[in-house]
Design a protein around this ligand. Sequence first.
Ligand code: 3NM
Ligand code: MG
Length: 518
Amino acid sequence: MGGNNVDYSLYLVTDSTPAILGDKDICEVVEAALRGGVTCVQYRDKKSDTGLLVQTARKLHAVTQKYNVPLLINDRVDVALAVGCEGVHIGQDDLDVEEARRLLGHDKIIGVTVSNAEDVAAACRGGADYLGIGTVFATATKGNTKRIIGVDGLQRMLLQLAQAESTVKTVCIGGINASNVSRVVWQSTAHGKSLDGVAVVSAIMAAADPEASARELSKLVKTPPAFAKGAVTADQQDRSPLELIQLVPEVIQAVAKGKPLSHNMTNLVVQNFAANVALCVGASPIMANYGEEAKDLSKLGGALVINMGTVTPEGLENYLKALKAYNAVGGPVVYDPVGAGATAVRRAATKTIFGGGYIDVLKGNRSEILACLPGGSAVQQRGVDSAEGDSDIRELALAIKELAAHRRNLVVMTGKTDYVTAGGHIFTISNGHEYLGAVTGTGCCLGTTISAMIAAYPHDKLAATIAGLLHYNIAAEIAAARSDVKGPGTFVPAFLDELYNIRTATVKGDLGWLGLAK
Ligand code: 3NM
Ligand code: MG
């Protein structure tokens, strides 16, 4: 079969429409892209007649041959045969792979568009050389795409291929550009079968300088994103609860010592409470909802909390700006999808945020987390009260483990018992008190607490997150047991006291070195 030695890493799909190509010459754009580092070219033109297709394809082939890069033709086996180029790319609505193979022979490359498990299985059975998996993100370039699969859908198909021990090559397509390419490639390596490349149309064809755009994309495809180095490792996940609990004082001390910035983009209800919680655990809070500010704030070594408790269209734009700013420098991000399942707006906003960047820690109650599961969830929320549903908890726990593995992040699911996983073990924390569920904003302030911990202890976000949960819940237990606490109202100030007291008690030890050699 053809195509085994093809470099698919930066795959250019052409577009001849005025909206994308403008008045530029397609051969000049493709040549510029090849100079920039494109490794494979597909000529895609849905409108021109056969004569013009063959003529243009011949010219393009002369260009790609100069760079020793394969040229594939979209849909048209007849055009590929006439031109003698390296192969075709066929969509689900076009002729089938077996037929294309019969016409082209075994030396030519055949790629197939796939967007679900059945497509993948059929394309592999048919003997496709590579799969174009999409549509990853909504894109203006192809309006009639059947489905937007997101990175989750992409990962599910890669997992399917890994399980089938398939050697088929893969690229992803749809809305890939310089701002998301390294994250998509990195998140896609979660399951042992990684992408062989990314396919783009507008990011190069519509660029003012196609050569520079191709060069940048080519570099980004090969470079892990800034936040990759802070992701939880397999070894870190493999620790026992005992090993993790021993790290808790160290994390609390790191917060006290580092006084990290906790940058909260949070809802109107909890701003004041969250700022006080941040102070009590030892962080420096800033409540800054304006996205433009995030670029500067992201450089101060803190962490960002995105809490969509009072989401608005403008707010969502601000979240995305801040998310990109923190991602760019590898600054940790906590996302609290408040009420995610409650309304269509919130479900869409959650999708937009996951598509817009990398989240280090996803924290929510059961119904919020349910709404974040890939493919969406039919479960509707009554409101934003902490849901203590009776859904099969084991099934949910396995779902969050898979969610964390897919996204390569941490998932915290709160409730009477809290669940924490980075895709390996599922840790459970059973501390806490029912008063936490009787006053507003305690879930949101937990997000703030976790942000302080991961900012201060960024090399071990699993231990940091667990330390945050323990600090928070044990403070609640101590506060609730105080004789001056009579109910939820008196609980709040006592809770702030005890968050503070745990920190100060943890860092009280005054141990130093004399500085002499052993
Ligand atoms: N095929 P851009 S999406 C040609 O999902 C094509 O199969 C898709 O354009 C699929 O890189 C797409 O400009 C267009 O988003 C991709
Ligand atoms: Mg097609």
